[in-house]
Design a protein around this ligand. Structure first.
Ligand code: ZN
Length: 613
């Protein structure tokens, strides 16, 4: 009892949950949406979605008369409410002041407590959660393309709703779009339109950040009993071949963490301007084409998005301060899938590369962003994105696993997913679950002080065991001998290296490596011609720092084609750090910017031109 009280006190003080989400205007303590219905027309000419959203409501406070929704740049024209008698009546509404991060609250006043509210609206052409591509930005060049990216707080730019991951709801949608284009959503996807409209149904309750839509010239191919790949027609063969292991990955994940609960697991390969590697939209992961390397060497990204079907989509972070509950767990599960499908060597190499890159990134990260729970409230999730919730979170779980063994840890993790399925949870909930389950019989898993250090302190705790791969140790030795001039570039290794070995080699090149050394590597391995995006990215970074001229032409092509923020942002940062490359950066960005997603534009806007003039 005493222990329990102390436990709760610590939970309340250290990881207190706010009554309202700091990233939402919604009055969640008074009213909650319980279902969503969308009826929208896709207008490529005007770059607009227009129509209405119906929100079913559960009123929690009997005295409440106001519903506050999140919006960003929405043109709201009319709001109606439907009472228990089924009659619609107009409701008064007002849009509040625009907050640069949060958007505008939509305040709807009712005389009673309507069970359903209908908001008529249109999106803005600059909606932060939508990217409208012209035909020239697609492979065929024939049709425009639209896709959404709602995470973290961008759903409000295309749907007026309670935009907080603490709120879950099933949804339906009726979408009209130009003929010849396919419409897809994070839902049960129909084969085609009925009477001119596409109808969608998502029966499981999801948080708003998992609302997703894509419209374009897309073909489909079934690659497994539960898996269809959607892609632009010219990319479909390559995508289907690259992702052929997906069904096997689902089976592995199910054997570890219980049944896949979402029906189908389909993949949508987007045009290269997609700002992320992948987005775990339920039933339909959105995937960047930059992982199609031709040899399945980057498909751990599919394992990652699939893992979100348990960590994130099933058990969801209740606020963006708890993001590590989504990404740390997913990074851990991803690695377990990689181990089962591609072997222990591959899994350990991936861990080691991830940990090394995390430590490197932390050298330039504010201390309050280095803890699993950020030590400041209400930060902009886009501006503070880092690998901390991913790789540090996974590192904590791996530490627990190593201390108690997999025969104990695997059932514990499965119990976490089963016990909180379709719930939104915060860090205190996890801490209490840990104390109430794993620590009861296995107090050796972690001490309270160690746990607090992981969750609230910067850096990596000294107790953390770093992954160590013998194959990567051999890469270190090869790099050392090459840099010391003991061997020629072409003779530094006997066997071909896989992607992880190349990434480790390139990550370990010193910042001041001379361009002659790069030229020698290039002559032996043709790295400037690399089509593997992860290898090419690291090679370009080394080339920018060393002033190695041959990389700049392919780098320019890369930057005006690929909009993945993880690559684009550091490349522009590296260019901007070299004064004589600023002109190149400015010129290339002027061409690339219109092709980038708003999320990537915002990241690069903060770099290019920063201290110009
Ligand atoms: Zn993720």
């Amino acid at each position: 009892m005493i222990r329990l009280l102390a436990t709760l006190a610590l939970a309340m003080t250290t990881f207190a949950t706010a009554a309202r989400d700091p990233h939402s205007h919604a009055n969640l303590d008074q009213v909650r949406m319980t279902a969503l219905h969308l009826d929208l027309a896709v207008d490529f000419e005007a770059k607009r979605l227009a129509g209405f959203a119906d929100l079913d409501l559960e009123w929690l406070d009997p005295d409440a008369r106001e519903l506050v929704l999140d919006t960003r740049d929405l043109d709201v024209t009319r709001v109606e409410g439907r009472g228990d008698d089924g009659a619609w009546q107009a409701l008064r509404f007002a849009l509040g002041a625009r907050d640069p991060m949060l958007g505008q609250p939509l305040r709807i006043r009712a005389s009673g407590q309507p069970a359903r509210v209908r908001v008529h609206y249109a999106t803005d052409p600059t909606a932060s959660g939508l990217q409208w591509l012209g035909p020239r930005q697609t492979m065929s060049g024939r049709h425009p393309f639209l896709f959404s990216q709602s995470q973290a707080i961008h759903a409000r730019s295309w749907v007026p709703l309670q935009d907080s991951p603490a709120v879950r709801f099933p949804y339906r949608a009726r979408i009209t779009a130009p003929e010849a284009l396919r419409v897809l959503m994070s839902a049960e996807n129909p084969d085609g339109p009925v009477a001119g409209a596409w109808h969608f149904r998502m029966p499981q309750p999801i948080p708003s950040y998992l609302l997703a839509i894509a419209v374009g010239e897309l073909d489909a191919r079934e690659i497994g009993p539960r898996v269809t790949v959607y892609a632009e027609p010219q990319r479909l063969d390559a995508a289907a071949a690259e992702f052929a292991d997906t069904e096997r990955m689902i089976e592995v994940a199910e054997s570890l963490y219980g049944p896949y609960r979402w029906g189908r697991y389909d993949l949508l390969v987007l045009p290269p301007s997609f700002p992320y590697g992948g987005m775990e939209n339920p039933r339909l992961s959105f995937i960047t084409p930059t992982v199609i390397a031709g040899d399945r060497s980057l498909v751990s990204l599919i394992a990652h998005e699939l893992a979100h079907s348990w960590s994130g989509n099933l058990v969801t972070n209740a606020s963006w301060a708890d993001f590590w509950l989504n990404e740390g767990f997913t990074t851990y599960v991803e690695n377990r899938i990689v181990e089962a499908v591609y072997g222990t060597d591959a899994a350990i190499m991936q861990q080691q590369v991830g940990q090394a890159e995390l430590l490197d990134e932390m050298r330039n990260l504010a201390p309050y962003l280095q803890s699993l729970v950020p030590q400041k409230q209400g930060l902009d999730p886009d501006a503070t994105f880092s690998s901390v919730p991913y790789d540090k979170g996974a590192w904590l779980l791996r530490t627990l696993e190593q201390r108690v063994g997999r025969e104990v840890f695997d059932p514990f993790l499965r119990g976490w997913f089963d016990g909180h399925a379709f719930e939104s949870v915060d860090t205190a909930t996890f801490v209490n679950h840990l104390r109430g389950h794993l620590l009861v019989e296995h107090p050796e898993a972690i001490t309270e002080a160690e746990l607090a250090e992981w969750l609230t302190k910067p850096g990596i705790p000294a107790i953390a065991v770093a992954a160590r791969s013998e194959r990567l140790a051999a890469v270190d030795e090869a790099r050392r001998r090459f840099l010391a001039g003991e061997v020629e570039a072409g003779a530094m290794k006997d066997e071909p290296w896989n992607t992880q070995e190349w990434l480790h080699f390139l990550n370990g090149l010193p910042e001041d490596v001379r361009r002659e050394r790069l030229a020698a590597l290039d002559a032996a391995y043709r790295l400037t011609d690399a089509t593997n995006s992860e290898i090419a990215f690291r090679w370009y970074m080394a080339g920018i720092r060393a002033g190695y001229e041959p990389v700049f032409a392919p780098l320019e092509r890369f930057l005006v084609t690929v909009g993945r923020r993880k690559f684009v942002k550091p490349l522009f940062e590296a260019l901007w750090a070299v004064p004589e490359r600023r002109e190149f950066a400015t010129r290339v960005y002027a061409e690339a910017r219109p092709r980038y997603h708003p999320v990537t534009q915002a990241a690069v806007d903060a770099i290019v031109g920063r201290d110009a003039g």
